[in-house]
Design a protein around this ligand. Structure first.
Ligand SMILES: *Cc1c(COP(=O)(O)O)cnc(C)c1O
Length: 428
């Protein structure tokens, strides 16, 4: 498969060549922990990264590699690797860049779990995060200091119907000489290709739309290959001898593949956040229909959001795909095929009405997930965003009177009918 093929072709074929041993047309599930070396010399070459091959499935596995290659192709990157979850992918993306005392600058509009991961948990590694309003470009510039090693945001931000101006943010990270990491989970590479807007690294939770049916957790990190790790002394793990890999200088030895190889040879080797081949298989199956599903997710979301906006029981709807959205122009620029299928709306009647709404829905599932074929709902303030302060909840678009919808691929009329009957009960 070449990069000249269209997206629909690549989502089916990229990373999949008929199995050399059997001719199997589908990517086989290589359910094997280890791989036999041809001889001692072959083993040594693999361990020295002089030859690419399989050693042990904590590092690489053919099924998992096929998935990484497919997502890397769809994102337009040069290399990538899979992880056990989206959260694992975020840590793995930061790992080669960070060290004690260093920080990242992140948007304050992020998935709730990411705000907790960056706001609290990474401090145990001696890393810290400054959360900033990414619409305030001066604030982003000011937050970056000598110890900042990455800028982090979501393309379509979960859950508030917010679109990041990736071109403006990447201009700032470029000027500061640090990489931009974009979480593309809510958009998927079908709706948004962050690398085309200046992203250095793209992370995806494959748990969501890429698998598309709520069956397995996973994550993927894709490198654009465009960042010059040796331009400053900020990234010694990549641009200087890496003590954790017998002094190998990854950038010197591997060029544009430095970040990918470091992620596998040091990151997966030592942190072990590996995807298993069964999970990779489910996600490979899911990705084959990604564009078809995203078209339907978006068409349904547009219908449902417009219906809700016109309903007197609803205060407001934050879907960037609405004509009334302040981010309408950004949709045209950043994700012209659509603003995704994830949005929030505020119910008249506040917290109590939201809880009643969630309990009254029949077609929707009340779950902490998104990007499923099924329509899903969650009241963020009492669940995913519960551990945040009221200010953080508000900044993340998860105020107590707001529910988040992940619109599925059912009939739009059925989705609307379910919301209609539940709103009647919630606001009676
Ligand atoms: C779900 C999600 C994550 C975390 O992914 P997991 O696979 O659940 O670990 C990160 N970012 C966004 C935008 C998500 O929706």
């Amino acid at each position: 498969m070449t990069k000249e093929h269209g997206f629909d072709t690549l989502q089916v074929h990229a990373g999949n060549t008929p199995d050399a041993a059997t001719g199997a047309r589908q990517v086989p599930i290589y359910q094997s922990t280890s791989f036999v070396f041809k001889d001692a010399e072959h083993a040594a070459r693999l361990f020295n990264l002089q030859e690419v091959g399989y050693i042990y499935s904590r590092l690489t596995n053919p099924t998992v590699d096929a998935l990484a290659a497919r997502i890397t192709t769809l994102e337009g990157g040069v290399g990538g690797f899979c992880c056990s979850s989206g959260h694992a992918a975020q840590i793995m993306a930061l790992f080669p860049l960070m060290g004690p005392g260093l920080n990242i600058v992140a948007s304050n509009r992020l998935y709730g779990g990411t705000i907790t991961q960056f706001g609290r948990t990474i401090s145990r590694f001696g890393w810290s995060c400054k959360f900033v309003d990414f619409d305030d470009l001066d604030a982003v510039k000011e937050a970056i200091d000598d110890n900042t090693r990455a800028v982090f945001c979501e393309s379509i931000a979960n859950p508030g119907g917010y679109i990041t101006d990736l071109d403006a943010i990447s201009a700032i990270s470029d000027a500061a000489g640090i990489p931009l990491i974009v979480d593309n989970t809510s958009a998927t590479p079908y709706l948004c290709r962050p690398i085309e807007h200046g992203a250095t690294i793209v992370v995806n939770s494959t748990t969501k739309y890429l698998t598309g049916n709520g069956s397995v957790t996973g994550g993927c990190v894709v490198d654009s290959g465009k960042f010059d790790w040796s331009a400053s002394d900020k990234f010694p793990s990549l641009s200087q001898p890496e003590p954790a890999y017998h002094g190998l200088n990854f950038h010197e030895a591997l060029g544009a593949m430095a970040f990918t190889f470091h992620g596998i040879a040091v990151g997966l080797r030592d942190l072990g956040m590996t995807m298993n081949p069964q999970a990779a298989h489910y996600t490979l199956m899911g990705i084959e229909t990604l564009s078809l599903r995203m078209e339907k997710h978006v068409a349904n979301a547009v219908k449902v959001a417009n219906w809700l906006e016109a309903d007197p029981r609803v205060d407001y709807v934050t879907y960037a795909g609405l004509d009334s959205s302040p981010y309408k122009d950004r949709v045209a620029k950043i994700c012209p095929k659509g603003a995704g299928a994830l949005f929030t709306f505020a119910v008249k009647g506040g917290y109590d009405a939201c809880v009643k709404l969630v309990d009254s829905l029949e077609l929707f599932s009340h779950v902490a997930n998104l990007g499923d074929a099924r329509s899903l709902i969650i009241h963020s303030a009492s669940t995913t965003h519960r551990q945040l302060s009221p200010e953080q909840q508000e900044a993340a678009g998860a105020s107590p009177n707001v529910v988040r919808l992940s619109i599925g691929i059912e009939d739009a009329d059925d989705i609307i009918a379910d919301l209609d009957q539940a709103l009647a009960k919630a606001t009676a």
